[in-house]
Ligand binder design. Structure first.
Ligand SMILES: N[C@@H]1[C@@H](O)[C@H](O)[C@@H](COP(=O)(O)O)O[C@@H]1O
Length: 286
């Protein structure tokens, strides 16, 4: 796992957006895998990423015409056009502002008649397009990824999940601070669904995520902090702001900053492509 630290959440957003745009622009289609496939999150942390991606699109630097997306999760039981549904979030903050083909966007239907089938079909749809190339994710204050709350199996797949009380409290701010309005259940991709992606990028910003960040990076792999499963992913990148590093050991911060410095030196000497070929980016990413 690699940790990249930037001063502010806007810089984190810019870094990740440019990283994703680079991946889209350098994607080589093959008959078996003709489109780049992205996994996408909702939440406040990824907003600066979406803002910068929209800017890059408007500047003509990236197109989403051939991009396929799968969202991480959706609440169960609120209307699709509810202001706080993840459908609305994605349409308002991203899909309506770029040139993506709506039929290439996938979001779980929390109102499906058969929620179990909805989850199975979602996994099948991901397999059908050849798997996810890059999964972007956020992290909950309790260390969850998507809606994989503490205690979720690290081999879980898309399914129905009851939300943790801490998450319900956290999300209350989006529902007029009325606890009774916050959905208690969600459909979510599993930890293993995220782990199956070729590459995972996590956005972690703000002091309220600092404990979760230290647990996922410095603690052991643990189902009580489901994002910690990324320690075993062959290509995981966490990008955080300075506020989120508050609970990390100084030694950890210095270590990852030094890795980035060495990486920059290698890239300026050999060029980014050469360093990838030499396996250097990959080595430091993992
Ligand atoms: N299911 C979402 C997660 O995918 C997201 O990472 C988390 C943090 O959201 P925020 O970035 O707003 O703190 O919120 C919800 O629980």
């Amino acid at each position: 796992m690699r940790l990249t630290i930037r001063d502010t959440k806007e810089q984190v957003g810019n870094y990740i957006a440019e990283y994703i745009a680079k991946r889209i622009n350098s994607f080589t289609p093959t008959p078996a895998h003709p489109n780049i496939v992205l996994g996408l999150p909702t939440g406040s942390s990824p907003l600066p990423v979406y803002r910068r991606l929209v800017e890059l699109h408007k500047e003509g630097k990236v197109s989403f015409k051939d991009v396929i997306t799968f969202n991480m999760d959706e609440y169960v039981g609120i209307p699709r056009d509810h202001s706080e549904s993840y459908h609305t979030f994605m349409f308002t903050n991203f899909f309506s502002l770029i040139d993506i083909d709506p039929k290439n966007t996938h979001i779980l239907n929390g109102n499906a008649e058969d929620l179990y089938k909805e989850c199975e079909d979602y996994e099948a749809a991901i397999r059908g397009v050849g798997g996810i190339d890059l999964f972007l994710g956020g992290i909950g204050a309790d260390g969850h990824i998507a809606f994989n709350e503490p205690g979720s199996s690290l081999t879980s797949r898309t399914r129905i999940k009851t939300l943790a009380y801490e998450t319900i409290l956290d999300n209350c701010r989006f529902f007029n601070n009325d606890l009774s309005l916050v959905p208690r259940m969600a459909l979510t991709v599993g930890v293993q669904t995220v782990m199956d992606a070729k590459e995972v990028v996590l956005v972690v910003t703000g002091q309220n995520k600092s404990l979760a960040l230290s647990q996922m990076i410095e603690g052991g792999v643990n189902h009580m902090v489901t994002a910690s499963a990324l320690q075993t992913h062959p290509w995981a990148l966490v990008v955080c702001d300075e506020d989120a590093t508050l609970e990390l050991r100084v030694k950890t911060v210095k270590y990852f900053k030094s890795i980035e410095k060495v990486q920059d030196e290698v890239e300026s000497k050999y060029g980014p492509v050469a360093s990838v070929r030499l396996g250097l980016s990959r080595a430091t990413a993992a």
